[in-house]
Design a protein around this ligand. Sequence first.
Ligand code: APR
Ligand code: ZN
Ligand code: ZN
Length: 361
Amino acid sequence: MAQEVRGVIAPGRNQPVRIDTVLVPDPGPGEAVVAIQACGVCHTDLHYREGGITDEFPFLLGHEAAGVVESVGEGVTDVAPGDFVILNWRAVCGRCRACRRGRPWYCFDTRNAGQKMTLTDGTVLAPALGIGAFAEKTLVAAGQCTKVDPAVSPQAAGLLGCGVMAGIGAALNTGDVGRGDTVAVIGCGGVGDAAIAGARLAGAAKIIAVDIDDRKLATARTMGATHTVDSRTADPVEAIRELTDGFGADVVIEAVGRPETYKQAFYARDLAGTVVLVGVPTPDMTLELPLLDVFGRGGALKSSWYGDCLPSRDFPMLVDLHLQGRLDLDRFVSETIALDEVEKAFERMQRGDVLRSVVVL
Ligand code: APR
Ligand code: ZN
Ligand code: ZN
C-alpha cells in the first residue's frame, strides 16, 4: 500500500516549488522507505527547478538528508527499520570496473530505487539525485542509506549527504591534505568552508581562504582559515604565493566552478602541489592555458566527485568526529525551516545570505 506524504515539487522550468501529496510505495526488493527528519537546501535543487539538470519535470526536490528507516524490502540486510541513516546519491555497485579498481567514487552503475513515487493522479516524479527528501518520507535503494550514530542532530547529519561531504572529501580524500601542508581554498560557500574544515582536520599548517564577499571570509575564519584574501582587492595567486614563501600552496581547492577561479587555482599551487576542482562549471565554460605551463608545472590536477567519498566509510567517521567535538557540523546550519519555506530559502541562498538552510520535519 502506497502512503501519502507531503513533498516539495518543482512542477516545471523556473516555476516556483509547491507542496503536493506524494505517493510513496512500500519498499520492493533492495529498497527502503525512510522517514526524513532533516534535509539541507543545496544549489543542485535550485538547478533542478531551473531546468538546468534535466527536463524530466516534475521533480521531487531535496537530497541532503538524514532520517529513520521505516521499512525495508526483501533482501535488505545492511539497514533495518529504526536505523538512523544519512542518504547518499552515489550508492556504488561494487562490481563495475571503477569499483573493482578501488575507485568506487567513479562507479558508473550507482543504485536508486526501482519503483517510482508519484503524485495522486499517477504522474511519475523524478526524485532529485535519486533521493527526493524534501518530503515526510521517501523511497530509496537500501544502499543509499548509511547508518550513523543517532546522537548527532539530523540537521547536522543530513549535510554530510552532499555539500559538506563534497568539501571535506575534497580536502581529505581527493587532495590528501597532510599534517603541516599549506592549503588554499578559493570560494568559501558551504563547500569551500567544508574544505577548510577538512584541511584543519587533516592538520594543515596554513589555510588560506579566498573569496569576494567579506561575510564569507569572516565565516571562513571561524571554520579554520588562518589567512584570508579578498580577490576583489588583491591578486589571489600573488597573495597565496606570498603567504607560502613564494612557492604556492601544497593543495589548492577550487570551490566556485568558474574559468577565472580554475585558472587561479592552477597557478596558485606549488610546482609539485595538487589542484582539487570541486566547483562544478557549466557546459559553456572553457579555459585556455599555455601548454608550456601545463607541461612545466608538474603536480596534479584532480577533480573531486562528491568528495571522492565512500559513504559507508566516511559518513560514520565524520559523525563520530563531530560528536567528539573535532568537527563542528552545526556551524554549517544557518537556519532551520519548514517544508513550505524552500522557495524562500532558494532566494536567501542566491543572495549569499546563508551557508545552508535546513528543512526540519
Ligand atoms: N573568487 C572567489 N570566490 C568567489 C568568486 C571569485 N571569482 N565568485 C564567487 N565566489 C564565492 C562566493 O562569494 C561564494 O562564497 O564562491 C562561493 C560559492 O559558494 P556557494 O554559492 O555557497 O556554493 P557552494 O554550495 O559552496 O558550492 C560551490 O561547489 O560543488 C560545487 O556545485 C557546487 O559549483 C558549486 C561549488
Ligand atoms: Zn547537493
Ligand atoms: Zn560500480
